[in-house]
Design a protein around this ligand. Structure first.
Ligand SMILES: CC(C)(COP(=O)(O)OP(=O)(O)OC[C@H]1O[C@@H](n2cnc3c(N)ncnc32)[C@H](O)[C@@H]1OP(=O)(O)O)[C@@H](O)C(=O)NCCC(=O)NCCS
Length: 202
């Protein structure tokens, strides 16, 4: 378990997989997909989990590392992880989805991102982390700014969400630019946020 101040990152086990059907059909997926509205049946979700498990088995771990995000008292919130790892290039593409909208904007995602970056840079010895979002996603854009990512690519008018065209954005962070989790926890006031919520701060 990777222990944070507002959340912990844990294996993406059954408690998370059981919620995936709701999360994959929710507003969270609209935001994480850049504007798509999916319908996924329970059978489709189960088939996807089976496919990922088979891939992990076949490749000895798969091409990424996924974690469940949970509150300090163990409520499953969603997914944070490396969706695609390119070891030869020491490059990691990150992905994130908090499935419970009432937790958005409360600092949970930033706490999770700091844990994930710490793991990515300091444990896996990755040199660069990156991710994609769209220009409608103000929460991700703000998160990128807070944590020190740079906007590297803007693909103009490439995502259609509810009839409006948005840009695809790619953000990157080099390990040399990473301020470190301890520094950012203090800078971003996460300890105070956790104390205000009564979470067990570490
Ligand atoms: C993206 C996500 C993981 C971020 O987690 P989070 O807990 O919401 O993020 P945080 O609260 O740590 O940071 C979001 C910041 O955006 C700010 N914000 C929220 N709504 C905003 C808006 N409409 N305009 C500008 N800023 C906004 C928040 O105030 C916060 O900044 P602050 O800490 O300076 O106050 C989460 O919102 C989520 O899962 N969303 C749905 C799926 C998704 O978009 N996935 C990302 C795919 S790239």
């Amino acid at each position: 378990m990777l222990e944070g101040l507002l959340v912990d990152l844990v294996p993406y086990g059954k408690a998370f997989q059981d919620l995936d059907h709701r999360w994959m059909n929710s507003e969270a997926s609209f935001w994480s997909s850049g504007g798509e509205r999916h319908f996924m049946s329970e059978a489709m979700v189960a088939a996807r989990h089976a496919q990922w498990a088979e891939e992990r088995e076949r490749t000895g771990g798969g091409s990424g590392v996924g974690f469940g995000v949970q509150t300090k008292d163990g409520k499953p919130l969603g997914y944070f992880g490396i969706n695609w790892l390119a070891p030869a290039h020491r490059l990691a593409m990150l992905g994130a989805k908090i499935g419970e909208p009432e937790y958005w904007g409360g600092g949970y995602g930033t706490d999770a991102l700091l844990l994930l970056l710490d793991y990515t840079f300091d444990w896996l010895d990755v040199r660069k982390a990156w991710l994609m979002t769209t220009s409608m996603n103000a929460r991700v854009m703000r998160q990128m700014e807070k944590v020190g990512f740079r906007l590297e690519v803007r693909q103009r008018q490439s995502a259609l969400a509810d009839g409006v065209w948005y840009d695809w954005l790619a953000y990157g962070l080099l390990r040399d630019e990473w301020a470190g989790r301890a520094t950012l926890v203090e800078q971003l006031g996460l300890r105070e946020r956790a104390a205000a919520l009564g979470s067990g701060a570490k």
